[in-house]
Design a protein. Structure first.
Length: 378
């Protein structure tokens, strides 16, 4: 099953909300570094903080779900993950339920992705939860206005009448309209540095799911890249050892061999997009030629550690380094690198460009299958 984590909470509404975590696999979820478990965690207006371990639990294993309560009315909404009754596409959904677990606002449920075939353990989806006041249209309001948007132009009696309706007893279906879940990667500022983590191949997805998941983060065999300003940077062994090993992709989180698993937020860089580009081109690329590539001692994850540090971001988590540090995954990595060597041929372009000849993560096979995908050398 898809694992869904809320990694950031924002309250852009005038109301105060409360969060209670009920996932049985996490003993210490936090919001803003503070624990949230047995007591309700208050999210006042203007609140904005990162969360860790705040999982939306699986429907079949949860007792109470991830509880969201509106402080003034006491209205409760339960959030869980699971398939719909008519699960024709075999997907998991972020579901909303009222206090007695009846479904609420099914049209607003968020599809999280295909269920993992082994059932209980799958890939992870990171979401940002934002509380926003619904755009409720008052009678007689000009088109394009709503409470908080052009409300000053609405007659006072109509505005007070509508505000009273909003501030009155809230039902779960109404509370659901104040919630906005969005992918953290898509909603984060462009200067956010993400570590994109991949399983080496579909077969390693199963092994990694058992060894490293939301319940148990031990180790796994992964490929990793850095995404910043909509571009993905990685390090590969090339057919020509004299070529630069740094590759750029304009299609982040897509790969013809490796299986995308999740993105880890490493914080924001103070560098502009132009400064980041110059950093990679003028400094980093020269330090990472293809001939440096070593399965254990100098691989894609070591490159990510170096680039993340230069960007002023957080270090790569230990669970990502995992088997690369111990060397226990050497056999799997050899097979993965061999496949990459056959597919990543690059294109010779001549000149003295330190990134010449790079087709980035997009291989010729991938381009034939996806002609709309484009990637260029930096």
């Amino acid at each position: 099953m898809v694992v869904c984590e809320v990694v950031r909470l924002r309250n852009a509404s005038p109301c105060t909300f409360e969060i209670q975590a009920e996932d049985i696999f996490h003993s210490s979820p936090t919001i803003g570094g503070l624990p949230v478990k047995e007591e309700y965690f208050e999210v006042p207006p203007g609140f904005d903080a990162e969360a860790d371990g705040l999982v939306v639990p699986w429907f079949l294993t949860s007792i109470d779900g991830l509880i969201i309560r509106e402080a003034e009315s006491g209205c409760i909404l339960r959030c869980s993950v699971g398939p719909k009754v008519d699960n024709s596409n075999n997907s998991d959904w972020l579901q909303l339920h009222c206090l007695d677990w009846d479904p609420v606002n099914e049209e607003s449920w968020l599809e999280l992705g295909q269920r993992h075939f082994i059932g209980a353990i799958g890939h992870s989806v990171q979401l940002q939860l934002t509380f926003r006041q619904p755009r409720l249209l008052c009678p007689g309001m000009p088109p394009g206005t709503s409470l908080g948007h052009g409300a000053k132009d609405v007659p006072t009696d109509q505005l007070q009448q509508t505000q009273s309706a909003v501030q009155g007893p809230m039902e779960a279906s109404t509370l659901a309209t104040w919630l906005s879940f969005a992918s953290e990667v898509e909603s984060a500022p462009a200067c956010t540095v993400f570590l994109n983590v991949y399983d080496l191949a579909p077969v390693t997805s199963v092994v990694n799911s058992f060894l490293c998941n939301t319940m148990v983060k031990t180790f796994g065999a992964f490929h990793a890249t850095i995404e910043i300003y909509g571009q993905e940077w990685g390090f590969y062994r090339q057919a020509d050892p004299e070529q630069c090993g740094v590759c750029r992709s304009l299609q982040p989180r897509q790969h013809p061999i490796h299986v995308y698993r999740q993105s880890v937020n490493l914080g924001q860089t103070r560098l502009t997009e132009a400064q980041t580009y110059r950093l990679v081109r003028s400094e980093v690329a020269k330090l990472w030629p293809s001939k440096r590539y070593d399965l254990i001692h100098c691989n894609c994850i070591h490159f990510c550690e170096d680039l993340a540090q230069r960007l002023g971001a957080k270090p790569v988590p230990g669970w990502v380094r995992g088997l690369h540090e111990t060397g226990a995954a050497a056999a799997s990595l050899v097979r993965g690198a061999s496949a990459m060597g056959r597919l990543l041929l690059g294109r010779q372009q001549g000149g003295s460009d330190p990134l010449q000849g790079q087709l980035a993560d997009e291989t010729q096979d991938f381009l034939r299958a996806h002609p709309e995908a484009t990637a260029s050398s930096a």
